[in-house]
Design a binder for this molecule. Structure first.
Ligand SMILES: CC(C)[C@H](C(=O)O)[C@@H](O)C(=O)O
Ligand code: SF4
Length: 465
């Protein structure tokens, strides 16, 4: 009798080349994405006179530093920003690595582009020097972020040493009510377990509420997995996965497609597989959720009040809450829906795919935004699709800026910043101090909720508009 195994075990075991005495596994890497931050690793290779082992399995993507007002490199005033994009172009050219560069019609944020192009597929092992690589696990691949020296190791060998993480299953049963999205599922579990709650674990998302999510929503959920401290997040591939991938540029075709289907069907946890940890949520207990503090775990249902540190017994936690409120410029006990905002941002690898833009446009249609804001589609293709549907017109008529695709105001590396002291309702994944700019205050929420905040000028419950 064979031991029952999990989806994670199946994919991991298929990639393990050997195991060291200390229990580390040497893993084969199927896909390696490199963005502008990879220059460290390329410099390392150069110092040691090494080449890239498998340029055909490596893909360059310009996203973190790209301008969103234009696609012209020479329009970037900041020489340091320009050089980040130039270095990626030079490094990929030198090593024969395909590049989705600034002016490529397929350009996009790495975690939007990979799935969109069909590079992300069930059963693969994928890495990138970027923490939100967990996104790609939505297809039933193992995908995680790695550090600069690991990027160099993968470039040089197409392999990576890793220790096998513990495993946790997060089951969400029931039906999500209208207005509740994958973003709300994620913020809810992270608020419950903590930003460190899933540390050292690979998460498999399961249950009827997860199975009913679209592919794009699954990407949002797996994207945010890292904010709960987990190593990666996965969802077993099903009909939704195959329907999404069929005919994508890099997806298998013809007989290979049939073979892939047969393999993908085996990619699920056995009925009696054991997890180190099981967590269950009822879909009915999930409300539209927003963050109020400086960590994704500081999140609450939109109808709640800001916590009062005077009522928190744990002194360390009370101090933390006081510190968060101080940075965020908020008062204890304040009703979330009373918080006025200064601007909005709709973008990032978390929530800037077509369905996200549709959800935001649905709420904005026929309204003016009370505050300024930027909409940056997750990829150039998403931009074109949105324009074909007239979504750009909805955003423009609402008074928001319709920009080019890139990481943009999620992290501000390209100069798209929230001014100090301003409060931004944002579809992104991190609300750390200074994340959107020095002194900037970020509230994370779903695209529909950002649109509701734009329309009302404060944090608002999209279900009550
Ligand atoms: C700059 C990059 C390495 C970073 C990451 O690792 O995630 C960024 O994408 C982020 O979201 O903070
Ligand atoms: S959009 Fe934001 S979270 Fe995603 S890769 Fe870019 S900087 Fe990181």
């Amino acid at each position: 009798m064979t031991m029952p195994t999990t989806l994670f075990d199946k994919v991991w075991d298929a990639h393990e080349i050997l195991r060291s005495e200390s229990g580390q596994s040497l893993l084969w890497i199927d896909r390696h994405f490199v963005h502008e931050g990879s220059f460290h690793a390329f410099n390392k290779l150069r110092d040691r006179g090494l080449g890239v082992a498998r340029p055909d399995l490596t893909f360059g993507i310009a996203d973190h530093y790209v301008p969103t007002l234009t696609r012209r490199l020479d329009a970037i005033g900041d020489a340091k920003v320009r050089s980040m994009i130039e270095q990626l172009t030079d490094n990929t050219r030198e090593h024969g690595i395909p590049l989705f560069g600034l002016d490529d019609p397929r350009q996009g944020i790495v975690h939007v582009l990979g799935p969109e192009q069909g590079l992300t597929q069930p059963g693969l092992l994928m890495v990138c020097g970027d923490s939100h690589t967990s996104t790609h696990g939505a297809f039933g691949s193992i995908a995680f972020g790695i550090g600069a020296s690991e990027v160099a190791h993968v470039l040089a060998t197409q392999t990576l040493w890793q220790s096998r993480p513990k495993q946790m299953r997060l089951t969400v049963e029931g039906e999500l009510s209208s207005g509740i999205t994958a973003k709300d599922i994620a913020l809810t579990w992270i608020a419950r377990l903590g930003a460190d709650g899933a540390r050292g674990h690979a998460i498999e998302y399961a249950g009827s509420a997860i199975r009913s999510l679209s592919m794009e929503a699954r990407l949002t959920l797996c994207n945010l997995t890292i904010e709960g401290g987990a190593r990666c997040g996965m969802i077993a591939p099903d009909e939704t996965t195959s329907a999404y991938l069929r005919n994508r540029p890099f997806a298998p075709r013809g007989e290979c497609w049939e073979q892939a289907q047969a393999y993908w069907q085996t990619l699920k946890s056995d009925a009696d597989a054991r997890f180190d940890r099981e967590v269950t949520l009822a879909a009915s207990e999930i409300a539209p959720t927003v963050t109020w503090g400086v960590s994704p775990e500081e999140a609450l249902p939109i109808d709640a009040r800001i916590p009062d540190p005077a009522h928190i017994e744990d002194l360390a936690r009370a101090r933390q809450v006081r510190d968060s409120l101080d940075y965020m410029g908020l008062a204890p006990g304040q009703q979330l829906t009373d918080i006025a905002i200064d601007r909005v941002f709709i973008g990032s690898c978390t929530n800037a795919r077509l369905e996200d833009l549709r959800a935001a446009a649905d709420v904005l249609k026929g309204h003016r935004s009370k505050v300024p804001g930027i909409v940056s589609p997750g990829s150039t293709q998403v931009k074109h699709q949105a324009e074909a549907e007239g979504l750009d017109a909805v955003f423009r008529e609402a008074g928001l800026e319709w920009r080019e695709s890139g990481c943009s105001m999620c992290v501000g590396m390209n100069g798209d910043l929230v001014p100090a002291g301003e409060r931004c309702a944002s579809t992104t994944n991190r609300n750390f101090k200074g994340r959107q700019g020095p002194g900037a205050r970020t509230h994370l929420m779903s695209p529909a909720m950002v649109a509701a905040a734009a329309v009302t000028g404060r944090l608002a419950d999209v279900r009550q508009l």
